[in-house]
Ligand binder design. Structure first.
Ligand code: CP
Ligand code: NVA
Length: 307
């Protein structure tokens, strides 16, 4: 049966581990898997801007022997002119997988529903599961394990990255903490789903407001932009509400001495993170960015094997 990857908990803890193991093997031997030889085409569709996702999918698809077809919805029929479902019916006749960066999660669900080729969420308003595979891979490389580690997200707890940390971190058996101001907490349904996962894996979920308490004794501290794509009109209010949630050296001093700092990028230095932290010795952001390539290649290989 065709499998899709629309949210982090679409894969089981065992499957997540399998994909991360495969990512490490592909990182060590970059051109060793060619499931897209032909070349077969993968459609990579963008409703929103991107640097890392666009490049890592294009390069990754080429590495796997395939041909990436990058589509901007600004000049395609998708995006108001044709439904995700009709678009999928056409694309599945010609491509081997569909990767889509969009706004609502419901569009992705419609795209995937009954579609014969894997559909991959390349970021929605709710989740960024491909980024999380890369982040978990990076943490595993730096810390040697995932289960049992404490990962703390500081900032906009309702954004796609925070919500993906909840689901993917719980799946990996991590203790995930989210610290955000009132009005910026993750969706209760996502917290509940993450708690269910954590019960299975021995992880835990904590949602709170105090960023210092949250950062205390953490192994990993993460943040993301305060103004996600689509939220530009709320910029002034967001900068005001989130001003005391900056990750700076003072906040990092509450985490473990060997804690690492992560950010999916793009970053606004001086807002969600100080330059001293993001460009300092605890930051592992460049490994994190590179790992998009290896993690997504592993995901595509794995999804194509399930079909
Ligand atoms: N982290 C991430 O998804 O970056 P892009 O928006 O550049 O793809
Ligand atoms: N939360 C950010 C992530 C960017 C990769 C956004 O959605 O804009």
């Amino acid at each position: 049966m065709t499998r899709h990857f629309l949210r982090d908990d679409d894969i089981s803890p065992e499957e997540q581990n399998e994909i991360l193991d495969l990512a490490l093997r592909l990182k060590a031997d970059r051109y060793s898997a060619k499931p897209l030889a032909g070349p077969q085409t993968v459609a990579v569709i963008f409703d929103k801007s991107s640097t890392r996702t666009r490049v890592s999918f294009a390069v990754g698809i080429s590495d796997l022997g395939g041909s990436p077809l990058i589509i901007s919805t600004a000049n395609s029929q998708l995006g108001g002119k044709e439904t995700p479902s009709d678009t999928a019916r056409v694309l599945e006749r010609m491509v081997s997988a569909i990767v889509w960066r969009t706004y609502g999660q419901s569009g992705l669900e419609e795209m995937a529903n009954g579609t014969a080729v894997p559909v991959i969420n390349a970021l929605s308003d709710d989740f960024h599961p491909c980024q999380l595979l890369a982040d978990l891979l990076t943490i595993r490389e730096h810390k040697g394990r995932l289960a049992g580690l404490t990962l703390t997200f500081i900032g906009d707890g309702a954004c796609n990255m925070a919500q993906s940390y909840l689901l993917a971190g719980a799946t990996a058996g991590m203790h995930v903490r989210i610290a955000s101001p009132k009005g910026y907490a993750p969706t209760p349904a996502v917290v509940a789903d993450a708690e269910k996962r954590a019960e299975l894996t021995g992880g835990s979920i904590t949602v709170l407001e105090d960023s210092r308490v949250a950062a205390s004794d953490s192994d990993v501290v993460v943040t993301d932009t305060w103004v996600s794509m689509g939220k530009e009109e709320e910029k002034a209010a967001r900068l005001d509400s989130l001003a005391s949630y900056r990750v700076d050296t003072e906040l990092m001093s509450h985490a473990k001495d060997d804690a690492v700092f992560m950010h999916c990028l793009p970053a606004d230095r001086g807002f969600e993170v100080s330059a001293e932290v993001i460009d300092g010795p605890q930051s592992i952001i460049w490994d994190e960015a590179e790992n998009r390539l290896h993690a997504q290649k592993a995901l595509m290989v794995w999804l194509l094997e399930q079909a």
